[in-house]
Design a protein around this ligand. Structure first.
Ligand code: SF4
Ligand code: FES
Length: 238
């Protein structure tokens, strides 16, 4: 075996992998499934949501598999009682503060881990208006799980546009443009990559949103084409 390879055990399966591989990489190699929310293969992992935690050698703290590196000869359990309890609590907290109605993968996890939707009855759900400031997509941050995928894909991970950032703190933290300017004033080039990586209904193509609102064909044309909108505005001013 080369010096660049290490061996560990994941759920009783022996896996040989490269040094520096994450526990998630090794688990995928071994055919073991670990749930993820903030992780996406197109963005840099940042260990934000903690749904991917696993037990390494019964250590005091569970390890986030998407960022923790494999250690030689370690014994990893991806789904014991501690891990399940931890994932269940994360899902319950998420559900208490975010509208997950359009996040089918997370809803599926809620069922799988028997998460109690009423666990935190006093919790305050985030409430925001849908932001409709451009012809291509809308933003509904009530549904945002703050995974950062959109921010990262807009920055160094793909587009190098840097139209998105984070504003405020704690419960009020939200994705936003710098100084909250409208998307059309921002550097956004409307590539759509943020919409593509969003795991919830927080970012949605305008056409899909219009269909859900029951827009007529003409409304759809007017609301999704910049030139038509400008013509309309000019017409209003005459
Ligand atoms: S808008 Fe979507 S992609 Fe962006 S942080 Fe929120 S949930 Fe993640
Ligand atoms: S998927 Fe690993 S921390 Fe979110």
């Amino acid at each position: 075996m080369s010096d660049d390879t290490i061996t560990l055990t994941i759920d009783d399966r022996e896996v040989s992998t490269r040094k520096g591989a994450t526990l998630l990489d090794a688990a995928q190699q071994a055919g073991v499934e670990i749930p993820v929310i903030c992780y996406h293969e197109a963005t840099s992992p940042n260990g934000l949501c903690r749904i991917c935690v696993v037990d390494v050698d019964g250590g005091r703290v569970l390890q986030p598999a998407c960022v923790a590196e494999c250690q030689a000869d370690s014994k990893v359990e991806t789904r014991n009682g501690r891990v399940e309890r931890s994932r269940r609590t994360i899902l319950e907290m998420l559900n208490a503060s975010v509208n997950l109605d359009e996040a089918p993968e997370i809803q599926e996890m809620m069922g799988e881990y028997a998460a109690d939707e009423a666990r935190f009855p006093e919790a305050q759900r985030r409430e925001t208006e849908v932001i409709d400031d451009n012809p291509f997509y809308v933003r509904d941050y009530e549904q945002c799980v703050l995974c950062w995928r959109c921010v990262q894909v807009c920055a160094e991970d793909a587009q190098f546009t840097f139209a998105l950032t984070l504003k405020d703190r704690g419960h009020e933290t939200s994705v936003a443009t710098a100084f909250d300017i409208s998307m059309t004033e921002s550097p956004c080039v409307f590539c759509g990559q943020c919409v593509g990586v969003c795991p919830t209904g927080a970012l949605k193509p305008k056409v899909q949103w219009g269909m859900e609102q029951g827009w007529s064909e003409d409304e759809m044309r007017q609301n999704t084409r910049r030139a038509r909108k400008r013509e309309r505005e000019q017409g209003d001013g005459e």
